[in-house]
Design a protein around this ligand. Structure first.
Ligand code: NAD
Ligand code: HSO
Ligand code: ZN
Length: 426
């Protein structure tokens, strides 16, 4: 773990922290050969790679309706209640994001301009299932697609060595409204949804997070299906001052660290006292965490940085562009105003990232590795397309015809100009 004053680190160390995610490039060769295999061998390749990576011999790739119903019915009612609570909050938040389906404005007499939002026809949701299973991700990916009106939403997730999908993930898929579920994960799942196979439906867009292999695969199939954005190993950056509780800050760092050895947790603070107490707490709490091995590895990527001021903390956070940003200071609102790049923002001592991971209703599928600089986290707009509309009558066209004809002729596109003139020729 990097620990110390920001000003005393070598430029190289800070650059490495900010320019994280280099693993993506390292796996791209492996990933492209799996993609090519699925493209040429379809379901046969899906079964081979599922045996190799998940240790499962599978026959049926699609999970049947009966298996989904059985998983749902055998899930503890209390857990179903919690899935429903989370699902309702996610649904409400994403409904609030929905833009007006269609609107018009009058540009000038005879010219009305507008737009129409249309849902994508089909979407594939990747739900991770390697080092942990993620029923919550089934809710986060499928519910917004359904709220937007996507007709076919399919889900891929890796099976366990017994060939079965985690029952709570299946129950979540049912609660969220998935149309098809496939027991296939990793690169092979992304390939299957991008290219289509005998068993797996080809989709127009693939959304959802995953490890570096999954993320690299998503980035390589963009000529066949649209994707949301790179959503790889989890990260949290916490801006805090002396008003933060060290044990809570440490717990939030370890919470994201337990996802993946490549997860990254960073505290940047203007308080030397907080920094040293958090370091002590992180080391203490890491010893008793269940996923100690993963946490131990990812804490090697962690950092506790002491800045000269909260302003410097904000500047660092904006360069880092974290997936999750926690703000725990005496004046969170002022800090919030100055944040430029962050996937999802959590304010105050009582808004830890796990509340958004599961149940507050905001989406937990978020850009990592600095991609929050240019991508938004998963939201309703990822499932919609906007068509612009113009309603123009003859009088309206007459007011703008000279401009169109002049510009068309200057571009040498005579037929464009003629398409306007012909409407006034008789
Ligand atoms: N950014 C986000 O929004 C977000 C949200 C949730 C989870 N996550 C991240 O998702 C990831 C989940 O990772 P996971 O590993 O638990 O599950 P996963 O489903 O992403 O990956 C498991 C699959 O990876 C493939 N794989 C593993 N080793 C491989 C190898 N050597 N070569 C080729 N393929 C290989 C296998 O096919 C396996 O089924 C974590 O990094 C977590 O932090 C991110
Ligand atoms: N923190 C993850 C996003 O990086 C989301 C998640 C799902 N389950 C638990 N956490
Ligand atoms: Zn999490």
């Amino acid at each position: 773990m990097l620990y110390g004053r920001l000003s005393e680190f070598k430029e190289k160390e800070i650059k490495a922290l900010i320019e994280r995610g280099g693993e993506l490039a390292n796996v791209s060769g492996t990933v492209s050969s799996i993609l090519a295999d699925v493209l040429s061998k379809g379901d046969v390749a899906l079964r081979e790679y599922t045996q190799r990576f998940d240790g499962a011999m599978i026959d049926a790739i699609e999970v049947s309706r009966d298996e989904i119903e059985n998983a749902y019915n055998s899930t503890d009612q209390e857990l179903i209640k919690h899935l429903e609570i989370a699902a309702n909050n996610i649904r409400k938040f994403h409904e609030a994001q929905m833009p007006e389906k269609m609107w018009f404005m009058q540009l000038s007499p005879g010219i009305e301009l507008g737009q129409k939002a249309t849902a994508l026809a089909s979407v594939g949701a990747y739900v991770p299932g390697g080092r942990a299973s993620y029923p919550s991700t089934a809710l986060m990916t499928i519910i917004p697609a359904k709220v937007a009106g996507v007709r076919k939403v399919v889900m891929c997730t890796p099976p366990g060595p017994d060939g079965k999908v985690n029952p709570l993930t299946l129950a979540a898929a049912k609660v969220a409204g998935a149309d098809h579920v496939y027991r296939v994960g990793g690169v092979q799942a992304i390939a299957a949804m991008a290219y289509g196979t005998d068993s797996v439906m080809k989709v127009d867009k693939i959304v959802g997070p995953g490890n570096v292999y999954v993320t690299s695969a998503k980035m390589q199939i963009r000529d066949r299906a649209e994707i949301d954005f790179p959503a790889g190993p989890s990260e949290v950056l916490i801006i805090a001052d002396e008003s933060a509780y060290p044990a809570m800050v440490a717990a939030d760092m370890i919470a994201q660290a337990e996802h993946d050895p490549q997860a990254v947790s960073v505290l940047v603070t203007n308080s030397e006292t907080l920094a040293s107490k958090v370091k002590e707490e992180v080391l203490k709490q890491a010893q008793s965490t269940i996923r100690g091995e993963i946490v131990g590895s990812s804490l090697k990527n962690a950092a506790i940085l002491i800045a000269e001021s909260i302003e410097q903390c904000i500047d660092f956070s904006n360069s880092f562009a974290p997936e999750h940003l926690e703000i725990i200071t005496n004046d969170d609102e002022t800090v919030l105003q100055k944040i430029e790049h962050a996937g999802s923002i959590f304010m105050g001592n009582y808004a830890p990232v796990p509340v958004g991971d599961y149940a507050s209703g905001t989406n937990h599928v978020l850009p990592t590795a600095g991609y929050a600089r240019m991508y938004s986290g998963l939201n309703i707009m990822h499932f919609l397309k906007i068509s612009s509309i113009q309603r123009i009558n003859k009088e309206g066209l007459a007011t703008i015809m000279d401009t169109v004809i002049s510009l068309a002729e200057k571009e040498g596109l005579q037929a464009h100009a003629d398409a306007i003139r012909i409407r006034f020729s008789s």
